[in-house]
Design a protein around this ligand. Structure first.
Ligand code: CA
Length: 134
């Protein structure tokens, strides 16, 4: 499910838990799942989402492969990556969360945990996608 903005990554995770106690921001484990999400995000109101939050967090900011999905109290290493061109940038040394950008075919970008820290996000629609693992 998608929703309109939560300012910080932790607020977004909390948003998911409020929807369902076992829910968390989406973790993308395979290309198949990524493609499913691409289609899902282009339907209805969700099509307006430009920056889509995921459960991705950096072990090492700016690294292309040292990331994990935060699933409740668990850290699950990210094994599937599909970075947008030039990402990750770790702009301002602040980018420790992972979003998908609609204007980059929903490829990944590293982004600030708190979107209020940077004006770039002010003109973007930031959404959350939650999931519950069986
Ligand atoms: Ca970035």
């Amino acid at each position: 499910m998608a929703s309109s903005p939560s300012i910080t990554y932790s607020q977004a995770q909390q948003y998911c838990r409020d929807v369902h106690p076992a829910a968390h921001l989406v973790a993308i484990n395979t290309e198949e799942e990524h493609n499913y999400l691409r289609n899902y995000l282009q339907e209805g109101d969700r099509a307006s989402c430009e920056c889509v939050r995921t459960a991705g967090k950096a072990y090492v900011q700016g690294s292309p492969d040292k990331w994990y999905w935060e699933i409740g109290a668990q850290k699950q290493n990210v094994t599937y990556f599909d970075w947008a061109n030039g990402q990750p940038t770790n702009t301002g040394g602040q980018e420790n969360t992972l979003m998908m950008f609609s204007f980059k075919s929903y490829k990944f970008g590293d982004t600030a945990e708190d979107v209020s820290t940077r004006s770039w996000y002010a003109s973007k629609v930031v959404c959350n996608v939650c999931e519950v693992h069986p």
